[in-house]
Design a protein around this ligand. Structure first.
Ligand code: BG6
Length: 467
């Protein structure tokens, strides 16, 4: 059988600087907003004192162990590795005139190591962090000046790595700022909707400026956005539920609409008016927004439901995004509902809407793993999850959707974003570290390691139950 996945499909994995690197003050790195959230992106913002040890301070020590980790990714046959640059390694406080050479040199070493094995980097400019200096001194993305600081940073790394990195992403899960404003836009708890949307607007302008800079600087460079693809279904076929679902899907599609279509969609006018939201959008901003992305990237872990029935809404609060559970789906140990068909649906929705190539840059199952007496880790649950999702990716490709690649989340165990846990593992590679930070950091191949290697080697032909 010939594969549904195109030749040159970018198979790989995705990590983020603040969840793997550690070395949070090494070689001149400044504190990032992530360093102030030792309990994760929904945790309290705590001032750091020297000697404090949050789990992310060491994380999985990728900063020092990357050669060994890249070799393991290469053993699985990775064509691509998504990671982020820690902005604070390059501009420690965010507002410096000149970059930190030691930080730039680290990413040179990392990209050179990947090149040895023919692994292409896919680089996120900002993954859930920004220099804390900018949040403290300028009020983060609430301040227009941050656009200029970001543009300087983006231009610096495009210039430096233009011959090494061809695929870039601007802001990780840019729509997450609506749920976690400090993480997304460096605003304090309790910020008003107007303040949040103003900060988001600045970030969208900065994203468009980075797109322009990439097009100017990186020969054959391609740059995408990154959305949290939290696709929602109506819980019932009541027309009111359907309409509310459309409205809530627009909460996140709005970001893609601006980034892919080059301006604010019509429906936002009414949304802003009815919610008393004031956003200053200058003519210059509108001009900047016209520079659109080359491809759409997104994360997909689960779908959710929407209802206008208040009683049912009340029961949904446990879910991080307040999504109402779907009675037809099972959940992970962390309550994330498992819906492979949702991925095919989402791919079609995005392709119908934007007609741009799509890149699935996160997908995976966070689960607790057990090491058997013989040292093996038999993570069939993870294999099944990924297999079923990839089968749906193949279906979407058959539907005519243009998919550039797939990078599973956390190919090596890392610190989880929402609660900064090690025990929520996504990896094909196990890392010996627990939630309290104990462990040797030793790496170990899981059963899924060999499974993914076979999937890549066969370009998806080894997947089970393909139609
Ligand atoms: C995405 C983020 O939201 O989901 C990642 O881009 C994150 O940073 C991933 O790790 C999984 O979430 P968690 O909370 O299980 O780590």
């Amino acid at each position: 059988m010939s594969s549904k996945f195109p030749d040159h499909f970018l198979w790989g994995g995705a990590v983020a600087a603040n969840q793997v690197e550690g070395a949070y003050q090494t070689d001149g790195k400044g504190l990032s907003t992530s360093d102030l959230q030792p309990q994760g992106i929904f945790g309290a913002v705590t001032p750091r004192v020297d000697g404090d040890s949050g789990i992310k301070d060491v994380a999985i020590d990728f900063y020092h162990r990357y050669p060994q980790d890249i070799a393991l990714f290469a053993e699985m046959g990775f064509k691509c590795l998504r990671t982020s640059i820690a902005w604070t390694r390059i501009f420690p406080q965010g507002d410096e005139e000149t970059p930190n050479e030691a930080g730039l040199a680290f990413y040179d070493r990392l990209f050179d190591e990947m090149a040895k094995y023919g692994i292409q980097p896919l680089i996120t400019l900002s993954h859930y962090e920004m220099p804390y200096g900018l949040a403290k001194k300028y009020g983060g993305w609430g301040n227009r000046k941050t656009i200029g600081f970001f543009e300087r940073y983006a231009r610096t790394v495009f210039e430096r790595y233009k011959h090494k990195v061809k695929h870039w992403l601007t802001f990780n899960e840019i729509n997450m700022s609506l749920h976690a404003p400090f993480t997304g836009v460096g605003l304090p708890e309790g910020s008003s909707k107007s303040e949040i949307y103003q900060a988001i607007h600045h970030q969208l302008v900065a994203s468009a400026k980075a797109v322009k800079a990439c097009h100017e600087i990186v020969p054959e460079g391609k740059i995408g956005n990154m959305l949290l693809g939290g696709i929602l279904y109506p819980l019932s076929c009541r027309p009111e539920d359907l309409l509310e679902t459309q409205r809530q899907n627009r909460d996140w599609l709005f970001f893609g609409d601006v980034q892919a279509r080059g301006g604010y969609p019509a429906y936002m006018k009414r949304y802003f008016r009815e919610n008393g939201i004031q956003v200053e959008i200058t003519a210059e901003d509108q001009q900047a927004l016209r520079e659109t992305i080359d491809f759409i990237s997104f994360s997909y872990y689960m779908s959710g439901c929407v209802t206008t029935d208040e009683a049912q809404n009340e029961t949904a609060r446990a879910n991080i995004l307040n999504m109402v559970p779907n009675p037809h789906l099972a959940s992970s140990e962390w309550g994330w509902q498992i819906d492979p068909i949702g991925l095919r649906y989402l791919l079609n929705v995005l392709y119908d809407r934007y007609q741009k190539p799509l890149f699935i840059v996160e997908n995976g199952l966070g689960a607790k793993d057990r090491i058997e007496a013989d040292g093996s880790i038999n993570d069939d649950y993870r294999i099944n999850y990924l297999n079923d999702h990839l089968v749906q990716v193949a279906e979407a490709i058959d539907d005519g959707v243009e998919v550039m690649g797939y990078t599973s989340w956390g190919p090596i165990d890392l610190v989880s974003a929402s609660k900064a846990e090690m025990s929520k593992r996504y990896g094909f590679i196990y890392v010996d570290r627990d939630d309290a930070g104990n462990g040797s950091l030793e790496r170990r191949r899981k059963k899924s390691f060999y499974w993914y290697r076979d999937v890549i080697q066969s370009n998806g032909n080894s997947l089970k139950d393909q139609g």
